[in-house]
Write a new protein. Sequence first.
Lengths: 358, 358
Amino acid sequence: MDYTGRQQRLAQALDGLKLDALLVTHAVNVRYVCGFTGSNAVLVAGPRRCILLTDGRYAEQANAEAQNVRVVIARGALLPEAAKILKKQRTAAAGIEAEHMPVAQRSILRGLLPKKVRLRETTGVVEQLRMMKEAAEISNLRQSVLLGARLFDTALEAVRPGVREIGVAAELEYAARRLGAEAMAFDTIVAAGRRSALPHGRASAAPIPARGFVVLDWGVKLAGYCSDQTRTVHVGTPDSEMRGQYMAVREAQQAAMEAVRAGATAGDVDRAARQALQHSGLARYFTHSTGHGVGLEIHEAPRLGKGLHERLRAGMIVTIEPGVYVPGKGGVRIEDMLCVTETGCEVLTPTTRELITL
Amino acid sequence: MDYTGRQQRLAQALDGLKLDALLVTHAVNVRYVCGFTGSNAVLVAGPRRCILLTDGRYAEQANAEAQNVRVVIARGALLPEAAKILKKQRTAAAGIEAEHMPVAQRSILRGLLPKKVRLRETTGVVEQLRMMKEAAEISNLRQSVLLGARLFDTALEAVRPGVREIGVAAELEYAARRLGAEAMAFDTIVAAGRRSALPHGRASAAPIPARGFVVLDWGVKLAGYCSDQTRTVHVGTPDSEMRGQYMAVREAQQAAMEAVRAGATAGDVDRAARQALQHSGLARYFTHSTGHGVGLEIHEAPRLGKGLHERLRAGMIVTIEPGVYVPGKGGVRIEDMLCVTETGCEVLTPTTRELITL
């Protein structure tokens, strides 16, 4: 990972914001900027150097992991230590990560600093850098996607009428661990029958009915990077309405994928999916956005939603995941991860998108 | 669950704080106050009634789960809706949960409200209520602890030299799911050999060595309530130093348990564990606090740490978990959950605390 380059780009961003320092407190952002993975850390990022604050539990780990930064082991809380550094560096304006720092922390920090030090709210400074993936990150994400995709076979074996949704999740997660996943990237979704119409139907104790869709949405973490994939299968023979619903989602996903290329906006991609669903009259049942970035976090920038102007760039990794949820009947979602290229995209997920009937 | 009682106690707390309303934004606190488990919610708690705001995805779920509140489905973001309610109610002073609300959210909210509405930072208002468990909560926690404890046998079968730590975690988590756990309560810790000296050693790809301690720390969620348990086993025959270390931790745990009763302070319990370790000269290797509350969250109030004045009350559920970590050698931690009673405590964890050699 190019920590030096990341720190340089962060310094440029601070320069653009006229900040002397940024207190990076969101753990994933700390990891991105310097490689440290401990749970208690503040990174004081400045124009020339970064200082990593953590506590004694992590002394060994910080020295082993953190790249190109000075490590300071605080004896007590980290914010007083960070305030000392800001004072020593004669900081005039320091940024905080306003989307992550709780109000109470800001109040503590404010109380520790002289009035002349300005605290400025920033949003998405490190997140902007994280959108563009380096080659090593794309490689990690590719490995994570491939590991995740291998779990689909396990799920297909587990899904049958009468088995509880959490039973399917158990098999899938066990296989993930055995294949070497660090963790699941999020709570596995297994939503069967009428529950498949709940876009956020975490696996429940409900048994899989004799007939209907089963939405499976899962992801793993490998070397810190997340995978995210959804497949919808049908238990029993689907009627023509069910088949039509599935094909409509598949076509919407295809249309959105074809809209992906460097220079397209997030809104362009989202619109492609919605327009495709209008042909089949199902657009009103597509109630969420079309996709999102994936990296160290399962949901990161850019979001691919209605009317969003963010332009895609080569090297972004996003999901494309339209869904159609007919209340009281059932839902279909198909989700793959892909890498944006200059001329289009490369789909990373190797799994078939044909409708599988069990 | 006594949602009506909780809402009454919350109203009393607001009265004591001279607040007209509290915006409850921490999801677990929303669940505690009204029963709603969706991920996107703001509860506007007032002296006479509570209003729950969520989005369209959760309409059905909110109406099914939320008790004794008015449900409002917002079309867009929730904070503008909350601001409308505060204005309509002519609120003079509204509290925010300062430990949970990010700075950026507060700024948005501030911008939506007239200047005359004061926003006051509160900490731990709902958390204070959550410390005292109701009978139904204790029953849920008991079930969760019993389910969690059943996983120890699985772990004992899995632990052997050469097996990777994550392999042990995989077996344990699979068994948890099969027994009906909703989820693990936290990342399972399996730390073997020298790694057992890392108090926060999440399961890694490292193989279990031929000889040494293995610290196993795991918990499950059942009906929303967490369990938390640690056992340390020894692979191969322990030498007398290892045995001594184990016995010292066991005695420290016993001493701390004997110090638990309604009226004792958190610091009293912590001191009992530390004093016991002084006899064996190992107190300097006990680098964390003695325990913490457990409920809907794995770590909640009260914390049982050095010099803390919080008084225990009957109906609190806490862990007692002293540990001794000798760098470069190995660590031992033993952790059980117990319920504070008027005269002492009831240990909920049914697992033996004898040293098991594998």
